[in-house]
Design a protein around this ligand. Structure first.
Ligand code: R5P
Length: 259
């Protein structure tokens, strides 16, 4: 069955029996994560995502390893936080230098559009995530239904851009200028409760782009951002996700992207 919104995406309802109404958002995240871990097979190199959804997948992989239902998994963490979680759970780890091809990655997202383009990085881990997930043969995105948007930036929350600390206000201004027609406000991310800049795992800062309107051609927007000196990477993941698992009150849905 083809998706009404995008011919490259097929949709299949895995389990459309209504879920208990008392499930909260974290329960839905866990459902999506557990479904994704069914794709993990013994012997795989697995990209381990970051965030409140991905952490359920990491925990589930460790549980299956302990039970002997999975063997010989090598995890590639996408952040220091996930590295610490995986170490604490005893998952063997490596990196892209030693394992440049990843069989499967599982990660959450902040926004997902109908073509399975994503916004990621509201937790600050976009660069390592894009490196690991871009090197993956299969990238399964796991979300609860609140993350689905008609167009990227459409949730009204930020599209993050990782920038070098040097003259970050200059880069912030250039980013705002780039998307002026989309009503962009670019803000340097600060630590919660503080006034100092939030620092990524790579020692960089993050500029959050808040857009009032659709930014238009995503590939063109991506290229324009990456052309700015001072920008390291942005949180739009275009054409990288191969599979989307969405958990909602009405069930769990899997979508695959072809092409
Ligand atoms: O930097 C953070 C990552 O991109 C997360 O995967 C993303 O923010 C989604 O996180 P959560 O599952 O906590 O909503």
């Amino acid at each position: 069955m083809g998706s009404a919104s995008n011919p490259l995406v097929t949709s299949s309802v895995v389990d459309d029996s209504p879920l208990p109404s008392n499930l909260n958002q974290d329960d839905l995240k866990k459902l999506a994560a557990y479904k994704a871990v069914e794709y993990v097979k013994s012997g795989m190199v697995v990209g381990l995502g970051t965030g409140s959804t991905a952490k359920h997948a990491v925990a589930r992989i460790s549980e299956l390893l302990r039970q002997g239902k999975l063997r010989d998994i090598i995890g590639i963490p996408t952040s220091t936080t996930t590295h610490e979680q995986a170490v604490s759970l005893g998952i063997p780890l490596s990196d892209l230098d030693s394992h440049p091809v990843v069989d499967l990655s599982i990660d959450g997202a902040d926004e997902v559009d109908p073509a399975l383009n994503l916004v990621k990085g509201r937790g600050g881990s976009l660069l390592r995530e894009k490196m690991v997930e871009g090197a993956s043969k299969k990238f399964v995105v796991i979300v609860d239904e609140s993350k689905l948007v008609k167009h990227l930036g459409g949730s009204g929350l930020a599209v993050p851009v990782e920038v070098v600390p040097f003259c970050c206000d200059f880069t912030r201004g250039k980013l705002e200028e780039l998307f002026r027609e989309a009503g962009c406000k670019a803000k340097l991310r600060v630590k919660s409760g503080g006034e100092t800049a939030a620092v990524t795992d790579n020692g960089n800062f993050v500029v959050d782009l808040y857009l009032e309107r659709d930014m238009g051609d995503l590939e063109a927007a991506s290229e324009a951002i990456l052309r700015l000196p001072g920008v390291v990477e942005h949180g739009m993941f275009l054409g990288i996700a191969t599979t989307l698992i969405v958990a909602g009150k009405s069930g769990v849905t899997v979508k695959d992207r072809f092409g």
